[in-house]
Design a protein around this ligand. Structure first.
Ligand code: GAP
Length: 455
């Protein structure tokens, strides 16, 4: 059966339910920048928290860092971004649009959408020129060349320039890692596909410093571990793959890179890259800064520049993949239901408390339960509209459980607990409801979209 998710449906749901919407909408929007609303923030925060959990909480060899977005311009000289972080671009003198020269076959001519740019008779493309993707700005009040700084195009370099600080204060020795989550900026020529490729986005990157002879082993380890992270959070395995880069695809710093790819509605596309960066970064920053960026092993008396294995993921892109994978449509009571079958750990709201009717003391009883639950799990109270409508609303934002308070609740202190995926409704005692929910939320979960998962 074809997947229910299309990019149009995901965009529409995100807007309808306030997950993600175009930025600066009242001014007509700003090309490919997006704002996250309440449920979008909760969802993306859960994605980032799961990353922190896997990287830092569940390991004792990785520490956290939050480096500045603005860094010394020499950082980008050393990293190679000033000279080489470019895409070839062409301009069309007729329509005034700019295109990636190496993506023309995937793009539409804005005036003749059935043609690629350059193919229609009126198209008049310039020669390809290299275009640096870093955003420039000015530090301080004087706009001279000495004051030019760049918004970081990746979080990784903030980690490398702090290698010495972290080594000193964390009391770690290779193999150890430094993890960072934060905004990055790239003046992409052709952003698009919703939050898949934007000019402002969040990255989740970890640089793992290892003795040089251990690099191949750790490269294999992190490729497998990062793929597994997505599987554990419910992405369907037949929609995930690891793709090793061909030698001609490798970045200047990399001796091996593999992408975790997801089968988005736009086709197989990169979710995350895992690269063996060798000693490129520490050596380059040592050369440009004059600082020694190496490790001295007091036991072996050996001094060496650690090699780096880097899993580099995108928080927005991962959030999009989880949304796509979760999106489903089915029929319920003769009506079509749209549902986000998100892993319960990722779901923005874990439980909704709903009084069956807006009278007879049911709202008061439901409010009491809601007040008790919300300190434990992200909860929501909703009394507006028919019960069916309210279930539909929670299904659309992916809430795994709904608690309904009815007249029986007032008699025997039980409520109905409805499961988003199985649609089963059970009566459970109000006393112990929070523990019951916690136990259910902690259970292993498989996407019900996998054939036979519900069997
Ligand atoms: N430090 C290595 C690095 O930045 P990358 O493959 O350029 O590698 C890593 O970026 C991840 O960041 C990508 O796999 C993707 O998930 C995310 N990413 C990169 N550019 C992006 C963009 N323009 N919009 C959204 N996410 C992006």
């Amino acid at each position: 059966m074809p997947d229910a998710a299309t990019m149009e449906k995901i965009v529409a749901l995100c807007k309808r339910r306030g997950f993600i919407f175009a930025s600066s909408e009242i001014y007509g929007g700003l090309g490919s920048t997006y704002d996250y609303g309440h449920y979008g923030v909760l969802l993306k925060t859960n994605v980032k928290n799961e990353w922190w959990r896997a990287m830092v909480q569940e390991r004792d060899d990785i520490v956290a860092l939050d480096s500045a977005i603005l860094q010394h311009p020499k950082t980008w000289e050393a990293s190679g971004h000033l000279a080489g972080f470019t895409d070839p671009m062409v301009d069309c003198r007729t329509c005034g649009q700019r295109f990636r020269a190496d993506h023309l076959q995937d793009l539409q001519c804005p005036q003749r959408p059935s043609k690629h740019p350059g193919e229609a008779t009126q198209c008049d493309l310039t020669e390809a020129r290299d275009f640096n993707l870093m955003f420039e700005t000015t530090m301080g009040p004087v706009k001279d060349s000495g004051a030019t700084v760049y918004l970081r195009p990746e979080t990784a370099q903030g980690i490398f320039v702090n290698f010495k600080n972290v080594l000193q204060f964390s009391r770690k020795k290779p193999p150890f890692g430094i993890a960072q989550v934060g905004k990055s900026f790239r003046n992409e020529i052709t952003p698009g596909n919703f939050v898949f490729r934007t000019r402002e986005f969040e990255q989740m990157e970890m640089e793992f410093f290892v003795p040089p002879d251990e690099a191949p082993r750790w490269y294999e380890f992190w490729k497998a571990a990062r793929r597994e992270w997505y599987v554990d959070l419910g992405l369907r395995e037949d929609h995930l793959r690891l793709r090793e880069h061909d030698p001609d695809e490798l970045s200047h710093y990399s001796s091996g890179t593999a992408d975790v790819e997801y089968l988005f509605p736009i086709g197989w596309s990169e979710l995350e890259g895992i690269a063996n960066r060798g000693d490129f970064d520490l050596t380059a920053h040592a050369k440009h800064s004059g600082e020694k960026l190496e490790y001295f092993d007091p036991q072996t008396k050996e001094r060496y520049v650690p090699h780096v294995i880097e899993p580099a993921a995108g928080a927005d892109r991962a959030t999009l993949a989880f949304l796509v994978d979760a999106y489903d449509e089915d029929e319920l009571g003769g009506e079509q239901r749209t549902v986000l079958k998100l892993h319960p750990r990722l779901a923005p709201v874990k439980v909704a408390v709903l009084p069956h009717l807006r009278k007879d003391g049911l709202p008061e009883a439901a409010q009491e339960i809601y007040a008790a639950l919300r300190g434990r799990v992200q909860s929501e109270y909703d009394e507006g509209g028919s019960i069916g409508k309210r279930y539909r609303r929670q299904d659309e934002i992916g809430t795994p459980y709904c608690v309904t308070v009815d007249h029986q609740s007032l008699e025997d202190d039980t409520v109905t607990l409805r499961d988003r995926d199985t649609l089963e409704q059970e009566r459970v005692a109000i006393d112990g409801l929070a523990d019951e929910l916690a136990a259910r939320l902690a259970r292993e979960w498989r996407s019900p979209k996998i054939a036979g998962a519900e069997a």
